[in-house]
Design a protein around this ligand. Structure first.
Ligand code: NDP
Length: 239
């Protein structure tokens, strides 16, 4: 059955691959984008692009209203939008820290809270949060990002408790290094160093993350909630 799916930050990278996976499945997909114009590919896929900065609760509410009018209440939410602002602790400004938290963690709170209204009413729903292996293992220069991504795990697990009896699952996908704009900024040396620690010996493709998200949103995953699913080529083993 065709569901109303929302993917935040679905205009590029991992979010775009996730939107594509649900659209291929026959779902009614909406994505948020923040800057620029959404890629033409979305129109071809029949995906609804909605401009929204998730650091602004009003914009989040307006985006939901548009989606509800066109696709009905959101039944599957994938909170994917995220940013990095890397810096070693002593050089990290409070702004570097709070802005990353405000997007990755509080931004996720805003979109999840708004989606939960309709899901509670419908007594069903699927929520998938995109965290990172960095939230589990930490990473030098990414204290802000790691804190935000680790925060998503506690957030998801609390909601799994709150919403479980209403047939709403809340899970986390923790990708390792994925070939997107976010990792293309890493220098060659750093990239080589990272690759040495990945048992799979390569970065992930965005589609490999999307496949796990689609599974967690499927009927087959009805009894999985509060889980953290690594999609990291073995990088985070034991975490
Ligand atoms: P990209 O940098 O390619 O895309 C990030 C997306 O988030 C863009 O769509 C961007 O919109 C959106 N976004 C950022 N800030 C906001 C905001 N304030 N409001 C709304 N949208 C916003 O990243 P990836 O595709 O690589 O990453 C997607 C998710 O996966 C992120 O949460 C990231 O932390 C996580 N992740 C990525 C990994 C990787 O190796 N790439 C590894 C592990 C996790 P816009 O285009 O308008 O800027």
């Amino acid at each position: 059955m065709s569901r109303s799916v929302l993917v935040t930050g679905g205009n590029r990278g991992i979010g775009l691959a996730i939107a594509r996976a649900f659209a291929d499945n026959g779902d009614k997909v909406a994505v948020t984008f923040r800057t620029g114009e959404p890629p033409e590919e979305l129109t071809k896929l029949g995906v609804l692009p909605v401009r929204c900065d998730i650091t602004d609760a009003e914009q989040v509410d307006t985006a939901y209203k548009t989606i509800e009018e066109q696709h009905g209440a959101v039944e599957v939410l994938v909170a994917n939008a995220g940013v990095t602002r890397d810096q070693l602790l002593l050089r990290m400004s409070e702004e570097d820290f709070t802005s990353v938290l405000d997007t990755n963690l509080t931004g996720t709170f805003r979109v999840v809270k708004r989606a939960s209204r309709g899901m509670l009413r419908a007594r069903k729903g699927r929520i998938v949060l995109i965290s990172s292996v960095v939230g589990l293992k930490g990473s030098p220069g990414q204290a802000n990002y790691a804190a935000s991504k680790a925060g998503l795990v506690g957030f998801a697990r609390s909601l799994a408790h709150e919403l479980g009896s209403r047939n709403i699952t809340v899970n986390v996908v923790a990708p390792g290094f994925v070939d997107t704009a976010m990792t293309q900024v890493l220098g060659g040396e750093r990239k080589e160093e990272i690759l040495k620690n990945i048992p799979a010996g390569r970065y992930a493709q965005p589609e490999e993350v999307a496949a796990s998200v689609r599974f967690l949103a499927s009927d087959d995953a009805a009894y999985i909630t509060g889980a953290v699913i690594p999609v990291d080529g073995g990088l985070g083993m034991g975490h």
